[in-house]
Design a protein around this ligand. Sequence first.
Ligand code: DAH
Length: 341
Amino acid sequence: MLSQLDSLKTDALAAISAAQDEAALETVRVNFLGKKGSVTALSQGMKDVPVDQKKEVGAKLNDVRTTITDGIESKKFALQAALDAKAVEGIDITLPGRPSTGNGAMHPLTQIRDLAIRTLRRLGFILAEGPEIETEFHCFDALNTPADHPARNEKDTFYLPDGRLLRTHTSSVQIRTMEAAKSLPIRIIAPGAAYRRDEIDATHLSVFNQLEGLYVSNDVSLADLKGTLEAFFREIFGPNTAVRFRPHFFPFTEPSFEIDVKLEATGKDARWIEIAGCGMVDPAVFTAVNQSRGDNLFDPETTTGFAFGLGLDRLAMILHSITDIRHLIENDVRFLQQFAA
Ligand code: DAH
């Protein structure tokens, strides 16, 4: 048995070194180590080896198997190295490189998002985030949105089979942030994707981008809301931009407003353009958050806050006079090049 093993080893190593490609090498492996291979066959003879020789023969068997396995591995490596060398053969590495045909640039949406973040950070807001797959609680219930509200309709919202959903707005991050908060004040912004089952057209996509803001403390007033957002929009649209707060309804704020900015359009009269929603956080939202937390950190008697949300795609469209939202996702270089610095 020992001498059989020795000659098997010699044969295997010879076969390995003779193999010219991967396929040949694989044949060698199957012949020696495969289910019906010679090493396997010999190892089945182990049971007939006298007890006093079992140890020595067993060790030898292992040695032969390892030697063949390692031999195959290193041959495989050598074959690949030879192939690689061949692939670059004849390439003149002293040739100069091809110059790059132009620098990349930030996507207009990224530019707007970063400008908004920069501006709001200077006003004291920090970044927050939450999941895009949300629970009904975080997206609707805790935001004081009743079960029969149209936004919760199967026709408008992407539901998952397990009852969760793709968030329809970034307002869910308000709830996530308040649930996790250790203390007040909270001053966060959350840019991110939102999803709606809209018919896709020049102004609608089923995935779009929002930016949410939330400021919660014990003395936040409507004046703070107006001052903050006026400052923000004047920073974005220019220092003389008129900003107006038009009463509106949102379930999670009371009072609520839509914000319009007055913008010049070339050749036309300036007109009011709706740009964001906002309001004072409804006490019912604080109550829902407290219930979820199991404490009273957001005591509805003493806690006040404002929230706002805006569409970043819309902001980019207004700022750059983009007439079709689909340009923002089509990656047409002729479109994108216009926004390169
Ligand atoms: N979530 C609203 C939407 O998607 C926008 C919004 C309105 C957010 C008012 C707010 C807010 O935080 O206070 O239409």
